[in-house]
Design a protein around this ligand. Sequence first.
Ligand SMILES: CC(C)(COP(=O)(O)OP(=O)(O)OC[C@H]1O[C@@H](n2cnc3c(N)ncnc32)[C@H](O)[C@@H]1OP(=O)(O)O)[C@@H](O)C(=O)NCCC(=O)NCCS
Length: 272
Amino acid sequence: MSLQEQIGELWQRRAELGPADGDAREVVHEAITLLDRGEARVAEPRDGEWVVNEWLRQAINLLFPLSGMDTLEAGPFEYRDKIPLKRNYDALGVRVVPGASARWGSYLERGVILMPSYVNIGAWVGSGTMVDTWATVGSCAQIGSNVHLSGGVGIGGVLEPPGAVPVIVEDDCVIGSRCMVVDGARVGRGSFLGAGVVLSPSIPVIDAETGEEVGRGVVPPWSLVVQATRPRQYGGGTFGLACALIVRRLPEGERHDKAGLNAILREHGATA
Ligand SMILES: CC(C)(COP(=O)(O)OP(=O)(O)OC[C@H]1O[C@@H](n2cnc3c(N)ncnc32)[C@H](O)[C@@H]1OP(=O)(O)O)[C@@H](O)C(=O)NCCC(=O)NCCS
């Protein structure tokens, strides 16, 4: 039976599994090791589409009931959890500033910089990406190469429902401070979200030039987007509900000048 089939079989009888099931845990660990090494991904681009490998997400969901609690220690700090942290950053070529944590089963490509931030299991972070201070990359989120997740950004995790697409931020994006990108929202290549944008499948993305809603929770490639409001009529009056507003289309392949500045600062190690 292939690893995928074995995970499928365990998934069918997940209700009866527990930390005493060593054989089942071994199978699940094999799948999580693939994720940890970047040899498999929960979602991957295929012919321009993002395809979800549901069995790998099932493996993550199986890991919790199959794992017992452990005490982890780092100097005076003590933690108690079911999942270990990632290790061997020197060999991975990843810079990890004290205060940053990435869980085993997340993948960080060479050249990633983690400021004090958090990367959850199943997440994939591409080369040269900076995860800035207090940014969080939720479970299974897929972050491209040369992305800047600015301070305090919240990239949501998507562990269920089955088939749900994780949050995806494609290559060369800048996600401004304190943005929230959640529930399978997707940011197309080269886009720049200004500080404080909230993006979820409930939030309309509106093109300021045409006034048209281009979608919900999905930002097209090479767009400059800011947080805005749209008028919405209710029985009690007209209220301003959140929308994400595309104020400018960037020429394809050309990053916003403020993204360029960030890249220069990073190369010289000058970012906070
Ligand atoms: C969006 C941003 C990149 C500005 O881009 P820009 O091309 O220079 O665009 P402008 O400043 O001309 O802004 C366009 C319009 O959007 C508005 N706007 C800009 N940023 C905004 C934001 N974050 N939220 C809401 N509106 C915003 C501006 O007021 C402006 O309106 P105006 O035309 O009436 O003056 C910048 O404001 C921003 O948010 N940068 C991210 C900062 C950050 O998070 N840094 C990371 C630190 S770790």
